[in-house]
Design a protein. Structure first.
Length: 146
């Protein structure tokens, strides 16, 4: 005689456990791909001047300003001549500038933002948030007329 449950009921907890383990494995792999330092899209910048050029690049793309884009190109060429950008950095700048020049300003703006984002923790193994922790904080200016 058989009870109130079937063999299918006995397999259900194992099936649910397998599904849960599979889902956790997929989620873990997805998180590793997103957060792993090697998954950076852009190279780390090698100088403060390059960071300045990156800010100018984002501003040029954000405002859709061809004159600023010209300035970015001149700046990056000068930095390359002075050895202050790596070939990978220069290629990244040039690729984003070319995208903007082709008229795809929004894509260029997104790429410039991602380039900057890759420098400050989003995928960056080089960034330590404590780098500037010991620097003095700017003091508020006293109000005039008091």
């Amino acid at each position: 005689m058989s009870g109130n449950h079937s063999e299918d009921d006995d397999d259900r907890p194992r099936s649910n456990a397998r599904w849960l383990v599979g889902a956790l494995a997929v989620l873990t792999v997805a998180l590793l791909v997103v957060w792993w330092p090697g998954c950076r899209q852009y190279p780390p910048v090698s100088s403060r001047e390059s960071l300045g050029a990156m800010k100018l690049l984002y501003s040029a793309c954000n405002t859709r300003d061809p004159a600023r884009l010209d300035r970015v190109e001149r700046t990056v060429q000068g930095l390359a001549r002075d050895g202050k950008v790596t070939p990978a950095e220069r290629e990244s700048f040039e690729r984003i500038v070319a995208t903007a020049r082709a008229g795809d300003w929004e894509k260029a703006e997104d790429a410039a933002f991602k380039f900057a984002q890759d420098q400050v923790g989003a995928g960056s193994a080089d960034h330590d948030p404590r780098d500037h922790a010991d620097e003095p904080k700017p003091r508020a200016k006293p109000a005039k007329g008091r």
